[in-house]
Write a protein that binds this ligand. Structure first.
Ligand SMILES: CC(C)(COP(=O)(O)OP(=O)(O)OC[C@H]1O[C@@H](n2cnc3c(N)ncnc32)[C@H](O)[C@@H]1OP(=O)(O)O)[C@@H](O)C(=O)NCCC(=O)NCCS
Length: 198
């Protein structure tokens, strides 16, 4: 039986300066040089209305504040997602609840539908469970967001219920499906391929 390990107090900030590589993507810390690209990608109602904290419209000042805040924010591990050296979105872990860190992500619309969110989310999940002894990750997707639900399910997350959450760009609250990925399930999925039928 796989055992869940209790949370430690490792600093997530140190981790967000890591660079993660996947088959097609590089995940790295955003810098002020990325402000223009982040604002360009995030300033889209289709993105903002599916994320809790992005305002709409989303300006360069918003992006600059977001990047500057990361320098002294101990509560989030944030990665810019790059494809062929171009920013395409953001994935992050919010550590405000240290026993239940929360995965979040968004991609610019031109990059939807090619598996990039799943690839980036898996890298952020592996990084979290490998670098920190946390027992679970949580996440959520608006009930009206089947693409994000699919991403979470493809990463092994299991549905835990529905909650109402406020969305900045909507200016109101809306139902959100909540999901959980335990270390046990993650570890089982990771080892499955090793034990696959030959
Ligand atoms: C959600 C989001 C990150 C998905 O990015 P993506 O790179 O297109 O995702 P992936 O390609 O890895 O996977 C999406 C899956 O959902 C499926 N999908 C896409 N649109 C769908 C829809 N309208 N209904 C059902 N399934 C849908 C895709 O087919 C794919 O599943 P598959 O691999 O089994 O075919 C992207 O659409 C986005 O940034 N949206 C706005 C912000 C957001 O929703 N962030 C998440 C907040 S919880």
């Amino acid at each position: 039986m796989l055992q869940e390990i209790p949370t430690t107090t490792s600093s997530p900030r140190a981790a967000s300066s890591c660079v993660l590589e996947t088959e097609r993507l590089i995940l790295r810390k955003p810098t002020l040089a990325d402000v223009k690209a982040i604002a360009h990608l995030a300033n889209d109602r289709r993105v903002a209305e599916m994320t809790r904290r992005l305002p709409y419209p989303y300006t360069r000042d918003d992006a600059a504040r977001f990047v500057a805040a990361l320098a002294h924010d101990n509560n989030e591990s944030v990665f810019l997602i790059e494809l062929d050296e171009r920013p395409i979105g953001v994935v992050g872990i919010d550590w405000r609840e240290p026993d239940a860190p929360e995965l979040g992500y968004w991609l610019g619309v031109p990059y939807w539908g090619r598996g990039f969110a799943t690839e980036a989310a898996r890298a952020a999940i592996d990084y979290t469970f490998e670098e920190f002894s946390v027992g679970q990750l949580i996440s959520g997707a608006r009930v009206a967001n089947p693409a994000s639900r699919n991403v979470l399910e493809k990463c092994g997350f299991q549905w835990t219920g529905v909650e109402l959450h406020r969305f900045e760009a909507l200016g109101s609250s809306t139902p959100v499906d909540r999901f959980r990925l335990s270390r046990g399930v993650w570890s089982s999925l990771k080892s499955w391929s090793d034990a696959a039928r030959r």
